[in-house]
Design a protein around this ligand. Structure first.
Ligand SMILES: Nc1ncnc2c1ncn2[C@@H]1O[C@H](COP(=O)(O)OP(=O)(O)OP(=O)(O)O)[C@@H](O)[C@H]1O
Length: 252
């Protein structure tokens, strides 16, 4: 059996006095899509953001337990968090392109990482836009502002921006909740293509979406991981009565 790419082991997390995660243990394997589901406030986003240490930005956060990325402790003081976030990229709920051109949005990360050669940057921009299924729509207006794109295109641009620094893992926090059904379908189709190259962890409120795109699904409730299983199993044959109640819409 392969080693997991990401592994949480007995992870506890507090915001001040409030414990938001209780002893979460979860293995995420390479080139799979894992969905995190559960009612509002159950800790899905908190868990997701812990995986690339986005929670470091919140002062009151305290963590116990382990998260391993490729078997390395992500909380190790000698680890450079920028290196971690280069490997584990993030896409947010609301598309958040920078107020600059489409090209510069994508080239931004690679430039920060020291790539200056125009030809190399051109290649990276083209490949990232192709991988994010946006190239055909924007290749003739790369110098135009990213803010001129539709919401769905902006979200694919944000995915392209994350891909441009060649991560191994993509964390997505409800990436389609601000989008219309057609843009949502495009992103779902894209996620299915991306998993041939990347590992994807996605928070979603939409159980149908989890069923459509996720290989495995984790059900969270009040900061606990109640059940984690192959998506079909979790939805069709839930082991825990709480999972069953949730996936059958008995509470939300
Ligand atoms: N920055 C923060 N400071 C203090 N408490 C927080 C912070 N972020 C989240 N919490 C609390 O932690 C708990 C888990 O929140 P989290 O956002 O992870 O849940 P969620 O399942 O993603 O919810 P939603 O689906 O509504 O986004 C909640 O009780 C929330 O109020």
């Amino acid at each position: 059996m392969m080693n997991p790419v990401l592994q949480a082991k007995g992870l506890d997390l507090w915001y001040g006095d409030h414990q938001a995660l209780h002893s979460i243990s979860l293995d995420i394997f390479e080139k799979t899509v894992v969905a995190l589901i559960g009612p509002s406030g159950c800790g899905k986003s908190t868990f997701l953001k812990t995986l690339n240490r986005m929670n470091d930005l919140v002062d009151s956060v305290r963590v116990e337990g382990d998260v391993l990325y490729e078997s390395h402790d992500i909380f190790d003081p000698i680890l450079d968090v920028n290196d971690l976030r280069k490997e584990i990229g993030m896409v947010f709920q609301k598309p958040n392109p920078f107020p600059m051109s489409i090209y510069d949005n994508i080239a931004y990360g690679p430039r920060i990482h020291g790539i200056k050669n125009k030809r190399v940057l051109d290649q990276i921009v083209e490949q990232a836009l192709k991988d994010a299924a946006l190239w055909d729509e924007v290749h003739d207006r790369l110098k135009k502002s990213a803010l001129s794109l539709s919401g769905g295109q902006q979200q694919r641009l944000c995915i392209a921006r994350a891909l441009a620094i060649q991560p191994k893992v993509l964390l997505m926090d409800e990436p389609t909740s601000a989008l219309d059904p057609i843009s949502t379908a495009k992103i779902e189709e894209l996620i299915d293509q991306l998993k041939t190259k990347y590992t994807i962890v996605i928070v979603t409120h939409n159980m149908q979406q989890a069923m459509r795109i996720a290989d495995q699904t984790a059900f969270f409730l009040m900061g606990e991981l109640i059940e984690f299983n192959d998506t079909q199993e979790l939805f069709l044959r839930p082991q825990d009565p709480r999972t069953s109640d949730y996936v059958n819409g008995r509470f939300g």
